[in-house]
Design a protein around this ligand. Structure first.
Ligand code: NAP
Length: 496
C-alpha cells in the first residue's frame, strides 16, 4: 500500500515529504498542496509546498554531488541504475495504486507504466555504458592546409544539474525518461513532479533512494508549478531543462537562459485515411489511439482526416467500437475514466459545445458526470470549429471528411503542432510520400501514433517541441562534447 512498508518514511502524518540531500523532509513553509482524486473529486493526498530557500538548498547539494558523481566509474553508475530499476519493479503495486488515485489511470495501465519505467532505466544504463564509453579520435591532415600534427580526442561530458519537469499523464515514466539519462551521463537531477502525480513520483524517487545513490544527486521538490515553477526554471544553478507538458513549455523556453532545453509539448496528431485503407485496422487504431487513457496522451489520435468515399463506412465501424468501451472508475480498469481535473473537463466541454453550435454531427449523445466524460466521436467537423485545431486531452475525437490527399496534408501542416501523425493505406509508395510531406516529428504508417518503444527517437516539430527524446538521444542531449588536442612538433603518420 502507498505510504507504508518501505515507503513509510516518505510520509509525515497525512502529508508526503519532499526529498533533499538524501533525506525525506518537511517543508518549513508549513503549507501543503492537495492532490484531488479525479474520480471522487476529494482530496486524496497532500504534498509539501516547498519554499525558494529549499530550492536553493537542493540546487547547492545537487551541484556538489554532481562533481563527485562525474568521477564515478560508468559501470558503477550503471550498476546503481539497474538496482533502482529492480526496486521500482518490485514495488510496482503501491506506485500503480497512486497512479490510479491521483490521475485516474486504469489499474492495469498503471502497472504497465511502472514496469515500463523500470525497463527504461535498465535500458538507459546499458545504452549509456556503450555510448559514453566511446569518443572520437580525429587527425588534422584531413582538412586542407594541415599536416598530421594535431590529434584531437573527443569525449562526452555531463552538463551539471538537470531540472526535470514531467506532466501529469505519465508522472513516473516521463520522470525516469529524464532521470536515467541524466544520471548515467554523470549529471545530478532535480525533479519537480506534476502536482497530480506527485505522490507516484515521490514513491518512484524513494526507489532511487533505496538503491543507494549518493546524497544530493537526486532531489524532488514539490509544489504548484504556477508558484514554484519560475523560480526553478530561472534558477542559476540549473544547467539543462528537460520539460514535458503543454504550452507552459513555450513560456519556459522563451525565458530560459543559455542552457540546453529538451521540450516535449502538445500535439494534434492527425490520422489520414486513404480510400484503399483496411478500415477494420483503422477503426481499431482510432479506438486505441484516440481513446486509451481517455485521450490524455500527447500522441493520441486527435483528428481523423478521412477520404469522403470511405468516411461513412469508417465512422460506422468506429461508432460500433465506441459503443463497447467501458466507462467508469480506474480501479476496475474501465476504458474511459475521469479526466484529470474539473478544469480539464470544463475545457473539453467548451470544445464540444463549440462544435455543437457550429453544426458537427454527434455520433453519440454528449454525457458528463463530474470529471467523467463519455467517449464521443464528432463527425463532419469543419476547420472553423475549435476542435479541428485544439488539443482536447479527453475522450472526444473529431472527424474531418476530405476530398484529396493534399487536403489532408494541408490540414495536418496548418496546425501549430507537429508531434506525430499517421497514415493508413495499402500503397506503401503513397504512404512514404505522405509521410515525407507531413510536418511532424514522426509518422506512423498503418498504426496509431505512439511514443514507444522508449529507445526510438521521439520529437515534435513547431510548437510540439525542441530537441529529441528517446533513450540514446536523451543521453546525448544531456552531455556536451569536450575535446583535447595533442599538438606535435613535427607531422607524424601512423604506419602499418
Ligand atoms: P502542463 O500543465 O504544461 O504541466 C506540465 C508540468 O509543468 C507540470 O509538472 C506542472 O506542474 C509544471 N508547471 C506548471 N507551471 C509551471 C511553470 N510556470 N514553470 C515550470 N513548470 C510548471 O501539462 P499537463 O497538463 O501536466 O500535461 C498535458 C500536456 O502535456 C498536453 O499538452 C500534452 O500533449 C503534453 N504532453 C506532451 C508529451 C510529449 O512528449 N510531447 C507527453 C505527455 C504530455 P503542476 O502540475 O504543479 O502545475
Amino acid at each position: 500500500m502507498a505510504g507504508t512498508g518501505v515507503f513509510a518514511e516518505i510520509l509525515d502524518g497525512e502529508v508526503y515529504k519532499y526529498y533533499s540531500d538524501g533525506e525525506w523532509k518537511k517543508s518549513s513553509s508549513g503549507k501543503t498542496v492537495a492532490i484531488i482524486n479525479p474520480t471522487t473529486r476529494k482530496t486524496q493526498y497532500k504534498v509539501q509546498a516547498c519554499t525558494q530557500e529549499e530550492v536553493n538548498k537542493v540546487m547547492e547539494s545537487a551541484k556538489m554531488a554532481q562533481k563527485s558523481w562525474a568521477k564515478t566509474p560508468l559501470w558503477k553508475r550503471a550498476e546503481l541504475l539497474h538496482k533502482a530499476a529492480a526496486i521500482l519493479k518490485e514495488h510496482k503495486a503501491p506506485i500503480a495504486e497512486c497512479l490510479v488515485k491521483e490521475i485516474a489511470k486504469p489499474a492495469k495501465d498503471a502497472i504497465t507504466e511502472v514496469v515500463r519505467s523500470g525497463d527504461l532505466v535498465s535500458y538507459t544504463a546499458e545504452e549509456g555504458v556503450r555510448i559514453l564509453g566511446e569518443g572520437k579520435f580525429l587527425v588534422s591532415d584531413s582538412f586542407p592546409g594541415n599536416e598530421r600534427t594535431k590529434y584531437c580526442l573527443t569525449s562526452k561530458i555531463p552538463l551539471g544539474v538537470v531540472l526535470a519537469i514531467p506532466p501529469f499523464n505519465y508522472p513516473v515514466n516521463l520522470a525516469v525518461s529524464k532521470i536515467a539519462p541524466a544520471l548515467i551521463a554523470g549529471n545530478s537531477l532535480v525533479l519537480k513532479p506534476p502536482t497530480q502525480g506527485a505522490v507516484s513520483a515521490l514513491h518512484m524517487v524513494h526507489c532511487f533512494h533505496l538503491a543507494g545513490f549518493p546524497k544530493g544527486l537526486i532531489s524532488c521538490i514539490t509544489g504548484k508549478g504556477s508558484e514554484i515553477g519560475d523560480f526553478l526554471t530561472l534558477h542559476p544553478g540549473v544547467n539543462c531543462i528537460s520539460f514535458t507538458g503543454g504550452d507552459t513549455g513555450i513560456a519556459i523556453s522563451k525565458k530560459a537562459g543559455m542552457i540546453p532545453l529538451q521540450m516535449e509539448l502538445g500535439g494534434k496528431d492527425a490520422c489520414i485515411v486513404l480510400e484503399d485503407a483496411d478500415l477494420d485496422l483503422v477503426a481499431a487504431n482510432i479506438i486505441k489511439g484516440g481513446f486509451s487513457y481517455s485521450g490524455q496522451r500527447c500522441t493520441a489520435v486527435k483528428v481523423v482526416l478521412v477520404m469522403e468515399s470511405v468516411a461513412d463506412e469508417l465512422v460506422e465501424k468506429v461508432k460500433a467500437k465506441v459503443a463497447k468501451l467501458t466507462v467508469g472508475p480506474p480501479e476496475i480498469d474501465c476504458d474511459i475514466t475521469p479526466v484529470v481535473s474539473e478544469s480539464s473537463a470544463n475545457f473539453i466541454e467548451g470544445l464540444v459545445m463549440d462544435a455543437r453550435e457550429k453544426g458537427a454531427t454527434f455520433c453519440q449523445e454528449y454525457k458528463r458526470e463530474g470529471n467523467l466524460i463519455w467517449p464521443l466521436l464528432l463527425d463532419n467537423v469543419r476547420p472553423d470549429m475549435r476542435i479541428a485545431w485544439e488539443e482536447p486531452f479527453g475522450p472526444v475525437l473529431p472527424v474531418i471528411r476530405i476530398n484529396s490527399i493534399e487536403e489532408g496534408i494541408h490540414h495536418c501542416n496548418a496546425s501549430n503542432f507537429g508531434l506525430q501523425g499517421c497514415v493508413f493505406t495499402k500503397d506503401i509508395n503513397k504512404a512514404v510520400l505522405i509521410s515525407d510531406a507531413m510536418e511532424t516529428g514522426t509518422v506512423q504508417i498503418n498504426s496509431a501514433p505512439a511514443r514507444g518503444p522508449d529507445h526510438f527517437p521521439f520529437q515534435g516539430l513547431k510548437d510540439s517541441g525542441i530537441g529529441s527524446q528517446g533513450i540514446t538521444n536523451s543521453i546525448n542531449m544531456m552531455t556536451k562534447i569536450k575535446t583535447t588536442v595533442i599538438n606535435l612538433p613535427t607531422p607524424s603518420y601512423t604506419m602499418g
